[in-house]
Design a binder for this molecule. Structure first.
Ligand code: FAD
Length: 418
């Protein structure tokens, strides 16, 4: 029979949330992190943007986003990851502004009213005022992930939760499937940071199916990509279209255009991240309409670019009353839930940048429950070697697997008539 490995904390899931939490807890506690398919993590879809400016839906959310942005500013400066690649401009409607403006002042979020950069035509956007948020962050998510996870790699293992053994104390033992090999762990506390996989993890706790369905919401998020030497180094929110600039090698630039459908198609419960959502051509065409009205000389510019697209799954924790957290009017834009199991916690950050705040809260939860009891499992524990999750860490939008097409071919492929 295989040996049971005692450890203070087992973290399931090695996206930005899992590794940020692991860093928060080590070396105060012994920690093992397992992740099954890091290559499909939502964290690699992240297009590198974090705003306290337009997430300030209520005073507490404004404060949370501002603190998170400050933490990442410091962190990126220390680690040398390139941040603030461009300023971020936003065209905001009067309604939106009436919600956020007071909260900027209360949370001391810096902003200034500006003109949009010349490539945009604000007259063709619905009634709007334009702002710049100097503290908003744009950075390379994969580089930031590497800088957090690299020092922890020896304690990150490739594996998947197979089952929990439950008893009076909550989770008494955990069986992991580690590349076909079964491994038994005896953790004092278990934290699930599995993103879209959290629903599957809580199913292993014997939680009622209805609760699993309500535990998280998942929706497709489309990323339209344009690259070439004539991409302006500008990032902006144009009412409902997010434009994000990243520099590429050889003097090229990349725009990531995140498309926000008017009615996002939410699914509840478990989703397989290995199967990407379908690409919706109607949404792409509607976004080209929007972009062509918002940009000066759109057609000529589009012809000078190479185009590509992909869609990823975006997880959203539901708010405390089961409604959409993405509505942004809940005080806390992330969620922690124990599902009635004493030594278990599931965590959901609604944004990449919020992983730092969630790690604070979850870290306090660990400290309130436990003084460290076990040493870090060593090379003879049966877990070794801890070689990290073994996948290359690259942003999905940098992948050389993407199919790039010239404007005419791309427009024809998605059915855009211009
Ligand atoms: C297209 C797109 C663009 C986005 N852009 C932004 C943005 O600009 N700004 C922003 O702040 N946020 C953005 N987000 C949201 C952000 O990416 C997520 O909030 C964040 O990455 C979630 O991190 P996570 O660690 O919780 O989950 P993940 O990164 O999904 O990590 C979960 C990990 O758990 C593992 N796992 C799953 N099940 C199991 C299991 N049973 N056992 C072991 N391991 C398991 C998975 O393999 C995965 O590696 C975007 C999301 C998408 C999809």
């Amino acid at each position: 029979m295989s040996q049971e490995i005692p450890v203070d904390v087992l973290i399931l899931g090695g996206g930005i949330q899992g590794v940020t939490l692991m860093r928060e807890l080590m070396p105060e506690y012994s920690v093992v992190l397992v992740d099954d398919e890091f290559g499909d993590a939502e964290s690699l879809h992240f297009h590198g943007y974090f705003s306290s400016g337009w997430n300030a839906a209520n005073p507490l959310a404004a404060e949370i986003y501002r603190c998170a942005a400050q933490r990442w500013h410091k962190e990126l400066a220390t680690s040398g990851v390139n941040s603030r690649i461009t300023d971020f401009h936003a065209a905001l409607t009067p309604d939106f502004l009436s919600t956020v403006e007071d909260n900027w002042a209360r949370a001391a979020i810096p902003f200034e009213e500006v003109e949009l950069p010349e490539i945009f035509d604000p007259d063709n956007l619905p009634s709007n005022r334009r702002f710049r948020f100097p503290d908003d962050l744009i950075f390379d998510g994969a580089a930031a992930y590497r800088s957090v996870s690299e020092p922890l790699r020896k304690q990150i293992y490739r594996g998947r939760l197979a089952s929990f053994q439950l008893g009076g104390a909550g989770i008494e033992q955990v069986t992991l499937d580690m590349d076909g090999r079964s491994c038994e762990l005896k953790p004092e506390l278990v934290i699930s940071a599995c993103g879209a996989g959290n629903a599957e993890v809580i199913r292993h706790l014997g939680v009622a199916e209805e609760q699993i369905q309500n535990a998280q919401l998942v929706r497709p998020l489309h990323m339209l990509l344009a690259r070439g030497p004539n991409i302006p180094p500008v990032s902006a929110l144009l009412i409902d279209l997010v434009v994000m600039y990243h520099p590429l090698e050889d003097g090229e630039g990349l725009w990531i255009l995140t498309l926000n459908p008017e009615v996002p198609k939410f699914k509840a419960g478990v989703v397989d991240m290995c199967i990407p959502p379908e690409i919706e051509n109607d949404l792409l065409c509607a976004s080209f309409e929007r972009l062509s009205s918002a940009m000066v000389a759109f057609e000529a510019w589009a012809q000078g670019c190479q185009w590509s697209v992909y869609a990823g799954w975006k997880t959203d924790a539901p708010g405390p009353d089961g409604d959409l957290l993405v509505g942004l009017d809940y005080p806390t834009p992330y969620q922690l839930d124990d599902y009635g199991v004493k030594n278990f916690l599931a965590v959901w950050p609604n944004h990449w940048g919020l992983a730092a705040n969630v790690a604070d809260d979850a870290g306090n939860w660990v400290r309130s429950k436990l003084k460290s009891r076990h040493p870090q499992p060593g090379a003879d524990s049966g877990l070794s070697p801890g070689s990290g999750v073994g996948h290359p860490i690259e942003n999905k939008w940098q992948s050389d697997k993407l199919n790039w097409l010239c404007w005419e071919d791309f427009a024809r492929k998605v059915g855009y008539h211009h």
